[in-house]
Write a new protein. Structure first.
Length: 98
């Protein structure tokens, strides 16, 4: 009389190479899942740093514009051509009455 085999019984009688292969496949799946989580964490950290970098870049540009405006007002002869070009680029024509 044949009795149904349980999963444990199947593994006990399976060839060692199959057992090892299944073990490694399961191990790789767990490691891949862990790596995906680490990648999510790294991506979130990168996004946070990129946003901070963007804010810093905007702040630097605003401060440079202020410096250029002050220099143009107080010591235009000491400005480089690059500074004058940058200052001119950021000038806005103001409409009368506004």
């Amino acid at each position: 009389m044949n009795t149904p085999r349980t999963d444990e019984a199947k593994w006990e009688t399976a060839p060692a190479t199959i057992v090892v292969s299944v073990y490694f496949a399961q191990t790789l799946e767990r490691e891949n899942a862990a790596l995906r989580e680490q990648l999510k964490d790294c991506s979130a950290a990168f996004d946070k740093q990129q946003k901070q970098l963007d804010r810093n870049t905007e702040q630097i540009a605003a401060k440079q514009a202020k410096i250029d405006a002050l220099m143009f007002e107080h010591c235009p002869d000491e400005m480089t051509e690059e500074q004058i070009a940058r200052w001119k680029k950021h000038q806005v024509v103001k409409e009368e009455g506004k």
